[in-house]
Design a protein around this ligand. Structure first.
Ligand SMILES: Cc1cc2nc3c(=O)[nH]c(=O)nc-3n(C[C@H](O)[C@H](O)[C@H](O)COP(=O)(O)OP(=O)(O)OC[C@H]3O[C@@H](n4cnc5c(N)ncnc54)[C@H](O)[C@@H]3O)c2cc1C
Length: 437
């Protein structure tokens, strides 16, 4: 039986689309030739095009669907200052040598600086705020592990991180659900679809061609450059950038084998009574937790709704399937929200990598920026920007995410048949850890 959690206005589309709904608009002609062709019109693709335009390099962005179809208008809008670097979709942190880890954190911190600067410079009206983040500890052991990470976060990423013990947790969240947790002051939040719209407008102001409904179907070498076939005509290009993240498909089989598309799901509640809404997250931070199958949540920009996300399933399912699960996760944390109805539920794809790190680089001479590992608002903007600077030859240092080592696995061909099993297993492990805590 479907539980009675759906508001009579319920729609299975992102809450964010009330402000900007992905659209094709008046179709821009696909140009016959261009210096750089970018495949994928999300944050990464747009930010690459924008930076190229700033260096006088003409680029075209080729998007298979409407503009903003991908994760870039579907996400939770939590902007990390680098804390998620190297976190696997299982919730565990990847093993990275300390020196490399420091550089990765430092670059992730630069990603936060970049998005802050970009929003200011381009005057993007997207409810950008920097209230910090609270990461709730699912077990006592997780709390201790968080405490051990503080020094690295504060040294390498200037995170402004500190621990909040369980007794003081209600200063952060109107719930006793966690074993305390970690505050990361250098974190922010925004309206993801309005940030997207702002990047799109910034590209258009610089006369970048952004072509909707232009799926790239083949990329072939032609002497020193490339011939890029799209559903709306062919282009010759000097360089090609693949920015397809969780929607990477058969066009680039070698890259598809290196990213695992994992679904993430979100619900938004109806407007809550003002006192209740204000009480839930007193410092208006974004929240997430240390579970393997984590949840992430925040209030809507007007402070009236809870926007609550998580991996209700690891695969794409209908929002009417994921919504009841997320509603339960939400009321586990906030029993005071029992009976509250949902107006929106939606899903999108993130891209995990086999070493849990984001990547940029070149594969068979194609540039790519891929693998947000669930945290890509700042990171994918940054990797697009870094890729553009590399092509424009203006990068003054080698980005630490730009390596030749982008691992694949002999048993993974790009079809993640194992996700339901992995999801179920990690849910079990989470429950077990909590029982033992
Ligand atoms: C539900 C959800 C919640 C999230 N929450 C957060 C969060 O709170 N904080 C955070 O930092 N990150 C979050 N993320 C991750 C973040 O949204 C992504 O990392 C980021 O948007 C990726 O941007 P992108 O440009 O790389 O890819 P996308 O925005 O996914 O764009 C890729 C595009 O490539 C296009 N494409 C694919 N193949 C082709 C082709 N052959 N030809 C042309 N176009 C093609 C697709 O249509 C798609 O539009 C979340 C993601 C989801 C799904």
């Amino acid at each position: 039986m479907v539980p009675d959690i759906f508001h009579h206005d319920f729609t299975p589309t992102p809450y964010w689309w009330e402000a900007y709904r992905p659209r094709a608009g008046e179709l821009v002609d696909v140009p016959p030739s261009v210096r750089v062709a970018i495949v994928g019109g999300g944050y990464a693709g747009l930010s690459a095009a924008l930076e190229l335009a700033k260096h006088g390099i003409d680029a075209v962005v080729l998007e298979a669907n409407e503009l903003g179809f991908g994760a870039s208008t579907r996400n939770g809008g939590a902007v990390s200052g680098g804390v998620n670097t190297g976190k696997r979709f299982t919730g565990r942190t990847a093993d990275v040598e300390p020196e490399r880890s420091e550089r990765l954190l430092s670059d992730a911190s630069d990603a936060f600086g970049l998005i802050d600067r970009l929003i200011g410079e381009e005057e993007i009206d997207c409810f950008w705020e920097k209230p910090g983040r609270f990461v709730g500890a699912w077990t006592k052991k997780h709390f201790d592990a968080q405490s051990r990470r503080l020094a690295a976060l504060n040294t390498a990423a200037q995170s402004g991180a500190y621990m909040v013990p369980r007794e003081r947790q209600r200063e952060e969240i109107a719930s006793g659900y966690y074993f305390g947790g970690m505050v990361v002051e250098r974190s922010g939040k925004l309206h993801p679809a309005l940030y997207y719209k702002g990047l799109l407008e910034a590209c258009r102001r610089r006369s970048v061609s952004v072509c909707a409904q232009s799926p790239v179907t083949a990329i072939r070498r032609t002497g020193a450059g490339w011939r890029v076939e799209t559903g709306r005509g062919a282009i010759s290009a000097g360089d090609v950038v693949i920015a397809t993240n969780g929607y990477t498909g058969g066009l680039t089989p070698a890259l598809r084998r290196r990213v695992v598309p994992v679904a993430s799901h979100i619900i938004a509640t109806e407007e809550l009574p003002q006192d209740l809404a204000r009480s839930l997250i007193p410092k208006a931070r974004t929240l997430s937790d240390t579970k393997r199958v984590l949840c992430y949540y925040r209030m809507s920009p007007d402070g009236r709704r809870m926007v609550f996300g998580g991996r209700a399933r690891f695969t794409q399912v209908d929002p009417t399937v994921s919504a009841p699960i997320l509603h339960r996760y939400m009321t586990d944390r906030f029993p005071q929200l029992r009976g509250v109805k949902l107006t929106h539920a939606w899903t999108g794809n993130v891209a995990f990598t086999l070493d849990a790190l984001p990547h940029m680089g070149q594969q068979d001479d194609l540039h790519y920026c891929l693998g947000c590992n669930g945290s890509g608002v700042a990171m994918m903007t940054y990797l697009g920007w870094q890729t553009a600077r590399k092509i424009a030859r203006v990068a003054n240092y080698a980005c630490s995410y730009d390596t030749e080592d982008f691992p694949d696995h002999p048993l993974y061909s790009g079809k993640p048949w194992f996700l339901p099993v992995v999801g179920g297993y990690y849910r079990l492990r989470d429950n077990f850890d909590r029982l033992l805590s």
